[in-house]
Design a binder for this molecule. Structure first.
Ligand code: FAD
Length: 305
């Protein structure tokens, strides 16, 4: 219930103005977001690399409604990848891209062309791109664009969301050699017709999908902070005889950093998803929806002003 209310607020322009103008917001934001600019993203990538962690950088922004905005997002990724190449932070740092920020909801051909330019720049910088997955109305289009991109850039990664009823089938399709698949629970408010609603059903789906990906020939990227699912991931890696170089565990910047360090010290590849940019509102609201403790932290910070 609380999750649905917060996710509804994530789409509210009025709520966005209120939160963005709250004087304390920046402190809360910086717990989950590297900062506003490219150099902030590079600084955090370097710090995490020094701690033995891999990174996926995400330039914040979604639901781009004009061609100019989409172009500006593409240009920011090209600038970022140029800087990653110059600073030698690749291949440990890759990038995550939301197709909606490249104009997918206006014209998916434009989003594809921009994504293709970003994949080419990533290849030039010696790294890869993962396409984030957004709400279920975009899943087909995102997977179609992924298939096109993989013709020239086969290492382009996909994200599949365990809460969607279709995802087991998508895992079977994508568990092939050369394919990189991030499996997450899913962060959007989705109707019962397309998505499991209870946490238990989502977790069970996650484990079924995990089994398919670990048994397959691709490179699974298990994105979760859930201790039970991490333990099951470690167990399945042993069961399917996967070397730590043959899969990775991913977590969000600012969430369970001690666990990230523990897993890296145990020899796993741990990739931290690091968002940056000033369009942090939707991202922050999804993090608050996931964890009431984060909401209490947010409320206390506002009240203390
Ligand atoms: P949850 O059900 O949120 O939490 C399970 C348990 O994990 C909790 O009970 C607690 O024990 C522990 N835990 C969780 N958070 C904390 C915390 N802050 N501190 C301490 N313990 C905690 N979603 C999409 O829809 N599309 C994407 O493209 C996408 N990309 C992602 C990329 C990465 C790298 C990650 C990690 C997540 C991504 N997500 C994405 C978000 C994802 O779908 C979930 O919403 C999010 O990860 C929360 O789910 P969870 O698996 O961590 O489990």
């Amino acid at each position: 219930m609380l999750r649905s209310v917060i996710l509804a607020a994530a789409g509210s322009a009025r709520m966005e103005r209120f939160v963005a103008n709250a004087p304390i917001s920046k402190n809360i934001v910086h717990r989950f977001v590297a900062g506003d600019g490219t150099e902030d993203a590079l600084r955090v990538s370097r710090e995490l690399a020094d701690d033995g962690l891999a990174v996926s950088l995400d330039h914040l922004g979604e639901d781009t409604l004009t061609a100019e905005q989409a172009e500006a997002t593409k240009d920011e990724y090209l600038r970022l990848l140029g800087r990653l190449k110059e600073t030698g932070l690749t291949p440990a740092t890759e990038v995550s891209v939301k197709l909606s920020a490249l104009g997918q909801k206006v014209d998916d051909r434009t989003a594809y062309e921009h994504a293709r330019a970003i994949c080419a720049a990533a290849a030039d910088a010696g790294t890869t791109v993962t396409l984030d997955m957004e709400d279920h109305t975009t899943t087909d289009s995102t997977l179609e664009i992924l298939a096109e991109l993989r013709k020239d850039h086969p290492a382009t990664g996909a994200v599949l969301q365990a809460y969607l009823r279709r995802t087991e089938g998508d895992c079977r399709e994508l568990a092939a050699s050369g394919s990189r698949v991030r499996l997450c629970k899913g962060a959007y408010a989705e109707p019962e017709s397309v998505a499991f609603q209870s946490a238990l059903d989502v977790d069970k789906s996650y484990v079924r999908c995990l089994n398919i990906l670990m048994a397959g020939e691709g490179y699974p990227m298990l994105a979760t902070h859930d201790p039970r699912l991490i333990a099951i991931t470690e167990d399945r890696a042993r069961w399917f005889d996967r070397d730590p170089s043959e899969f990775e565990i991913q977590m969000l910047y600012g969430v369970r950093p001690d666990e990230q360090a523990r897993l890296a010290a145990a020899g796993y590849t741990v990739r931290v998803y690091v968002p940056y940019g000033d369009q942090w509102y939707g991202y922050l609201m999804r993090r608050l929806a996931e964890r009431p403790a984060n909401l209490a932290f947010f409320g206390r910070a506002l009240a203390s002003r």
